[in-house]
Design a binder for this molecule. Structure first.
Ligand code: ATP
Length: 308
């Protein structure tokens, strides 16, 4: 299946001279959830804005559903829905009218059956006649998604969908996005929250200072760049680690009852067997073992540091 979005060498230098994007090349697969992760000012919004035709690139090109975003702007734009960062809605308008109006803006004929389906999928159907100022923050965010889906796009961009919202709302938003994917929509979201990318994405792209540092399946990213820590709980406290175990880079806890060993999951041999044999030779009793994988946060910080 051809990618739904193709991006080649995309670049943007704003008139101010700020280089917001350089040499970004990637393919986005139909039906995936791609999370673009990066610190403030990394270029995430610029990237989305270019694909949505709101910002003109200064280099490279991109296509959505095979339509070049510059030459074939209308066809490309029809395939895209954008949920912007800011909540800007008409407070006294009803939910249904707001969504209907958005559809009209895209030049599509009225289709209330489609809008009903969209509102139902976002559990907003019961609120269709409510004015927007009567809705909770979570519902308003869902209305923004409904607006973006009003013309039946195949790709949905969510620019920081959960910025500044509480944990409950964030989880609700994650569920909405998963349902969207289940319905076949490709989702590209930007986020500062590593937890969000870790929770939701199929693939993760890391952007820093306008460059795409990495694009990887989430599971592989965690596996390849992740480190693991083995913690060995001892039956009796050790005053110090024996010299024979010095080469392993171990740390002994203050109470002498726990020994930690960091290893790289990419290495052919983890060294665990050798380590445990060493414990046995020294007559050190092992009560329990525990391993813990590094979080995406640690992976991210490592990559950004290495990139710098
Ligand atoms: N219209 C503009 N004119 C000039 N510079 C801009 C403009 N929009 C963005 N920039 C700059 O381009 C860089 C990338 O900004 P962008 O908004 O794309 O980053 P971002 O990753 O979305 O950041 P955030 O997470 O804070 O939203 C920043 O240095 C920003 O100041």
């Amino acid at each position: 299946m051809p990618p739904i979005i193709e991006v080649r060498d995309l670049a943007k230098t704003y008139a101010s001279g700020t280089v917001a994007l350089t040499g970004v090349t990637l393919d986005i697969r139909e039906g995936e959830i791609l999370a673009l992760l990066g610190p403030n000012g990394a270029g995430k919004t610029t990237f989305i804005s270019i694909l949505c035709g709101l910002v003109t690139p200064t280099g490279g090109h991109a296509a959505v559903g095979g339509h070049d975003i510059a030459r074939d702007y209308r066809a490309a734009r029809t395939l895209i829905g954008l949920v912007p960062q800011e909540i800007a809605v008409e407070p006294f308008e009803t939910v249904m009218n707001t969504v209907r109006f958005s559809r009209g803006l895209h030049g599509r004929a009225r289709d209330d059956a489609h809008l009903e389906q969209v509102l139902r999928s976002l559990t907003l159907w019961d609120k269709r006649d409510a004015r927007l100022n009567e809705l909770s923050g979570g519902m308003k965010r869902r209305v923004l998604i409904a607006k973006a889906l009003s013309h039946g796009p195949r790709v949905l961009f969510l620019d920081e969908p959960t910025a500044g919202v509480d944990v409950t709302l964030r989880r609700e938003m994650w569920a909405v996005v998963r349902d969207l994917r289940a319905s076949g929509v490709t989702v590209i979201l930007t986020t500062h929250y590593l937890e969000e990318a870790e929770e939701m994405a199929d693939r993760i792209g890391i952007i820093d200072r306008g460059r795409l540092l990495l694009l990887e399946d989430k599971a592989r990213l965690m596996h390849e760049f992740g480190r693991k820590r083995l913690t060995v709980e001892l039956t009796d406290p050790l005053a110090a680690l024996p010299d024979s175990l010095a080469g392993h880079g171990l740390t002994l806890s203050e109470n002498g009852l726990r020994v930690s060993y960091d290893y790289d999951t990419r290495a052919d041999r983890s060294g665990i067997a050798r380590l445990l044999a060493g414990f046995a030779e020294e007559g050190i009793g092992v009560r329990d073992l525990e391993t813990e994988q590094s979080s995406l946060e640690e992976v991210f910080l490592r990559l950004v540091e290495e990139g710098a």
